[in-house]
Design a protein around this ligand. Structure first.
Ligand code: ASP
Length: 376
């Protein structure tokens, strides 16, 4: 039985972060002792590779137009001093156009790149970047740095954030300071943890925040300042650093991943969405509930029926912060703690692929990615 002590866990997290930062300091490019690190940049599209109709069309543009090799080539004079940068075009479209099957392939591409390189940067659209990030955080096996970036303005407008974000993401990856952090997101000079980051504004350039958890750190030109580390650095170097979601193992024989959908609750919400998801073969359903996970009476009735058919539910809040805990939940309904509905969906999907033991899934929701401290 683990004893969880949050204050001690935080100190421990800071301590590991400090050690990580110190150990990577000796490998910084430019100190004359080390070879330049190898950074692989994998492009998937989004606004960062967008081409605008003119130089001031901040919001009228076609995303996913420029090749990642061309974008990196434009930055060669700057990035060649930081790292040996290679590129791979995984795809070139909006973030919302990717399927879970594509996500599986992306994990394989990232892990393959990390076998040869010291770090990976993935460029994606910002709309679902938080889902890309949490998926990779849960599935990539290597503990080398994975940095996601994108932009809110296309590459070709004045005042674009695209080249600066790509440059800073490569700089962060090349520093290797986020080894064992899992996947991080770097936009607007800010570094955020995959489990915590969310897009909070449709248009602003400072759209990514980590809510009450706060960002991990910042990039101030040549200074990468990390103030804290995600909880998983505590198990850096141990096999427990890896999540239970080894895709080669949990989806062997080409087995499809479970289907998990999201149903949103609101005043007098009907039960039709939940019923339709269950009838169409959903293995799991996430409810985005009011307050601490409340759902309407009709939705609740539909949920009870769906649970009887074997559908597993996780309960989340639509408020954007706070948590829904598991201890009060009935069988078949798991509290998603402080995960947003879209991230709870990914964790439930991977959990259902790995086990049908509800107790185990509850434990993953309660502990994965959160600070754990074992006394003694
Ligand atoms: N529609 C774009 C996407 O997510 C938005 C962006 O990249 O900012 O692909």
């Amino acid at each position: 039985m683990r004893i969880v002590h949050r204050t001690a866990a935080l100190f421990s997290t800071f301590a590991v972060a400090a050690v990580t930062a110190l150990s990577s300091a000796s490998a910084q490019p430019g100190n004359g002792k080390e070879e330049l690190p190898e950074v692989a940049v994998i492009g998937t599209g989004g606004t960062i590779s967008g081409v605008s109709t003119d130089r001031v069309s901040f919001q009228n543009y076609q995303s996913g137009k420029l090749a990642i090799s061309k974008m990196v080539d434009e930055l060669r004079p700057e990035v060649d001093g930081l790292a040996k940068v290679t590129t791979e075009q995984f795809g070139n479209k909006g973030s919302g156009g990717y399927s879970i099957a594509d996500y599986r392939k992306l994990t394989a591409s990232v892990d393959a790149a990390l076998k040869k390189s010291d770090a990976v940067v993935v460029t994606t659209g910002t709309d679902t970047m938080e889902e890309f990030a949490y998926w990779l955080d849960l599935t990539v096996r290597s503990d080398k740095p994975v940095v996601l970036t994108g932009s809110m303005r296309p590459w070709t407008v004045i005042g674009t954030d695209a080249p600066a974000n790509l440059y800073n993401a490569i700089k962060l990856a090349a520093s290797r300071k986020t080894k064992c952090y899992g996947t991080v997101v770097m936009l607007n000079d800010e570094v955020q943890a995959a489990r915590e980051v969310r897009k909070t504004d449709a248009l602003r350039m400072d759209t990514f925040t980590s809510g009450s958890s706060g960002r991990l750190g910042v990039i101030d030109q040549d200074n990468i300042r990390l103030n804290r580390a995600p909880a998983r650095v505590e198990s850096c170097g141990r096999s427990s650093w890896r999540t239970p979601f080894d895709l080669d193992r949990i989806t062997k024989d080409g087995k499809a991943l479970p289907k998990v959908e999201i149903a949103y609750s609101y005043q007098d919400a009907g039960g039709e969405a939940v019923k339709a998801f269950a009838d169409s073969g959903a293995d799991g359903i996430v409810t985005a509930g009011t307050g601490a996970g409340g759902i309407s009476p009709a939705m609740s009735t539909a949920r009870t029926e769906a649970v009887k058919k074997g559908v597993t539910f996780t309960s989340t809040t639509r408020t954007g912060s706070g948590a829904v805990y598991g201890s009060t939940s009935t069988t078949g309904v798991i509290g998603a703690e402080d995960l947003t509905p879209q991230k709870a969906r990914l964790l439930l999907l991977l959990s259902l692929a790995a086990t049908d033991d509800e107790k185990q899934i509850r434990e993953w929701f309660a502990t994965l990615g959160t600070a754990q401290f074992t006394e003694g």
